[in-house]
Design a protein around this ligand. Structure first.
Ligand SMILES: CC(C)(COP(=O)(O)OP(=O)(O)OC[C@H]1O[C@@H](n2cnc3c(N)ncnc32)[C@H](O)[C@@H]1OP(=O)(O)O)[C@@H](O)C(=O)NCCC(=O)NCCS
Length: 255
């Protein structure tokens, strides 16, 4: 079931001026974390999956927006600057964790993941016609990276927001399950949903785009399941594996 369209339809009502990052006013972060931790335990007992958390948040927001004790949106002059970007990592979902890259420890792993065919899908850059390499990816501060692991810290892959633009509040999402035997087991979708929630909730993104080869069925399906819509087809845009491919440009936005 796709949860993101409702997410996209309700979440943005928190934002009033379209430019500033929304930050919870008043309630200290540690209090929110304690409340969330209590709810998380109960939700786990109910068997919540990631999409259930997103649906739950939507219900909660709808009630809050209906005036049941919700604080008014902060006036522009009182809106806080974004907190440090990685303050929220590690991010946790039921079966995956996303943590900040560890430069030395992860470097050889990233080389390996990005060196095979799946890695080239991650690196192919139809929007900018620019060949990314793994070093540039890690070194460039405009790119926000997360390493996907199991909850026990076994590394599985990589998520990224490329060209994060805090003024436009826009970035390009990429994802890779680097360990071949871990693909097709639901980790990619769960990690992507978590990364989108982080992008919107923590980084303040309003528009997330994906560029994907038209034959990357698994990727297209995940994107659609998470609420991305096709915005355009770029014909014969990329030469990959010996032939030209159409590229689907997909987008998810916060209205
Ligand atoms: C794209 C990618 C991240 C997906 O992660 P994954 O863990 O393999 O995917 P999931 O197991 O979460 O599958 C999600 C959906 O893909 C589809 N899918 C999974 N396996 C599939 C297969 N073998 N064939 C076709 N569709 C498949 C299903 O619709 C599945 O949803 P479902 O479980 O409801 O049926 C991963 O395959 C990958 O790393 N690919 C290479 C890099 C890449 O292409 N990145 C995208 C460009 S940025």
């Amino acid at each position: 079931m796709s949860t993101a369209p409702r997410f996209a339809a309700t979440y943005p009502r928190l934002s009033t001026d379209g430019r500033k990052t929304v930050d919870p006013e008043g309630i200290p972060q540690c209090t929110l974390e304690v409340l969330a931790s209590g709810f998380h335990k109960e939700a786990a007992a109910y068997g919540f999956r990631l999409q259930d958390y997103l649906r739950f948040v939507n219900v909660l927001l709808e009630r809050a927006m209906d005036g049941e004790g919700a604080p008014a949106p902060a006036p522009a002059s009182r809106v806080h600057e974004p907190r440090p970007l990685r303050a929220e990592m590690p991010l946790d979902a039921a079966r995956v964790r996303i943590r900040a890259p560890r430069r030395d420890e992860d470097a050889p792993r990233l080389e390996r993941w990005l060196g095979d065919r799946a890695g080239r899908h991650f690196l192919v850059s139809p929007a900018t016609a620019r060949a990314l390499d793994s070093r540039a990816l890690v070194a460039d501060p405009r790119h926000i990276l997360g390493v996907i692991t199991t909850p026990e810290d076994r590394p599985l892959g990589l998520t990224a927001f490329l060209d994060y633009d805090p003024r436009q509040r826009k970035a390009e999402l990429r994802k890779l399950i680097g360990e071949p035997d871990m693909r097709g087991r639901g980790f990619g979708r769960e990690a992507t949903a978590l990364w989108i929630a982080y992008g919107i909730g923590t980084l303040g993104l309003r528009k997330i785009v994906v560029n994907t080869l038209e034959n990357n069925i698994r990727n297209v399906q995940i994107n659609e399941q998470l609420g991305f819509k096709v915005e355009g087809v770029l014909r014969n845009e990329v030469f990959f594996d010996g032939q030209y491919h159409d590229v689907l440009r997909m987008g998810l936005w916060v209205e």
